[in-house]
Design a protein around this ligand. Structure first.
Ligand SMILES: C[S@@+](CC[C@H](N)C(=O)[O-])C[C@H]1O[C@@H](n2cnc3c(N)ncnc32)[C@H](O)[C@@H]1O
Length: 322
């Protein structure tokens, strides 16, 4: 029998990708069905876990065995335990180490990957509208990272004092919801082209305009224009940025949160965004680079362009309309 250590390193690396696939699904299922949540309240046997979550006993047994083997949970005397750090990584979207949303994004989006065949054969793409549940899971962390980054900055003071923010490509409105809770003195307007997302965002009691960033026609109205992972999706990025410039008052700030391709190889940290290029290609989009955003902003007339690395290839780009 061949010893694992004698396998070539290429073999072991690719084997790890297969295990990673199951890791993503164990993580996603554990989150979505509340298995991790239940274990975070008390230790249980697999049977008790099935009962507590209303799930099928055999399926939960298989999940527990996989989750123990893949290191998500521990088993001690047939009792299952999830350690505090693992709870934070899987369940706490405000933690800088949060990965749970990413697993749920990848698992949710992969349900669309049968479309890759058409993409490669005929270039046919699929829009993202059936995967907003997955998108919400991924951008939840972005929102917390943005809110943590602006703490003690001018943006925080503006929002706390009461200003007007435009969320371009607001999706289902989950960022505005967080902003409203944290900064109730400010006013919010969302712009969103997808009907599925705009309908959900409209449940918030604020104006949500069903249009794209290219067709906005605001003038000197907002203190902040926020674009959370939406610029990559715009067909005419130049127009969107020019419209944001017009929408802002003098002294206003544009804040763009985007995953950006690395200029140089950053090892495992950049491998995720490199791999995710296939996911974006299926949507008919691609990730941008720093230089592309910089040119778009300066051509529109923005100044004081700053990039803040939020980790995991996600950036906050800030610029001012002086
Ligand atoms: C990845 S989602 C992000 C949603 C939201 N900003 C968030 O942070 O959760 C990208 C959003 O951009 C929207 N979008 C696509 N094309 C757009 C365009 N041309 N102008 C504005 N938004 C657009 C999509 O409908 C989608 O809601």
């Amino acid at each position: 029998m061949r010893d694992w250590k004698s396998r070539p390193s290429e073999f072991r690396r690719l084997w790890g990708y297969s295990v990673g696939f199951y890791g993503v699904w164990v993580g996603h299922v554990g989150r979505r069905l509340g298995l991790f949540e239940a274990l975070s309240k008390k230790t249980m046997s697999a049977n008790e876990l099935a009962f507590a979550t209303g799930c099928n006993k055999k399926a939960v047994e298989a999940w527990c065995s996989a989750a123990v083997s893949l290191g998500f949970i521990k088993s001690r005397n047939d009792r299952l335990i999830i350690l505090p750090k693992m709870q934070e990584i899987l369940l706490d979207s405000s933690s800088p180490d949060y990965l749970g949303g990413q697993f749920s994004y990848i698992a949710g989006r992969s349900l669309e990957y049968s479309g890759l065949q058409d993409l490669f054969k005929s270039g046919k793409t699929r829009d993202m509208s059936s995967t907003f549940e997955a998108i919400e899971q991924a951008t939840d962390w972005d929102h917390h990272a943005f809110l943590a980054e602006i703490k003690n900055t001018r943006l925080h003071r503006l929002l706390a004092g009461g200003c007007k923010l435009l969320d371009v490509g607001c999706g289902t409105g989950t960022m505005i919801e967080k902003l409203q809770a944290r900064y109730p003195n400010s006013k919010y307007v969302g712009v969103e082209p997808s009907k599925t997302a705009a309908d959900k965002a409209s449940l918030l009691s604020i104006p949500i305009l069903r249009q794209d960033g290219e067709s906005m026609s605001f003038e000197d109205e907002f203190d902040i224009a926020y674009l959370g992972e939406s610029l990559y999706a715009a067909a005419d990025k130049k127009r969107v940025i020019a419209n944001c410039f017009s929408a802002l008052k003098k002294g206003g700030t544009i804040a763009i949160v985007e995953g950006l391709l690395p200029e140089t190889d950053r090892g495992p940290e950049s491998q995720l965004i490199m791999g995710m290029q296939m996911d974006f290609a299926l949507q008919g989009h691609s990730f941008m680079k720093r230089q592309e955003i910089k040119s778009l902003l300066s051509e529109a007339g923005f100044q004081k362009i700053k990039f803040k690395d939020l980790g995991g290839s996600l950036y906050l780009v800030i610029a001012i309309k002086e």
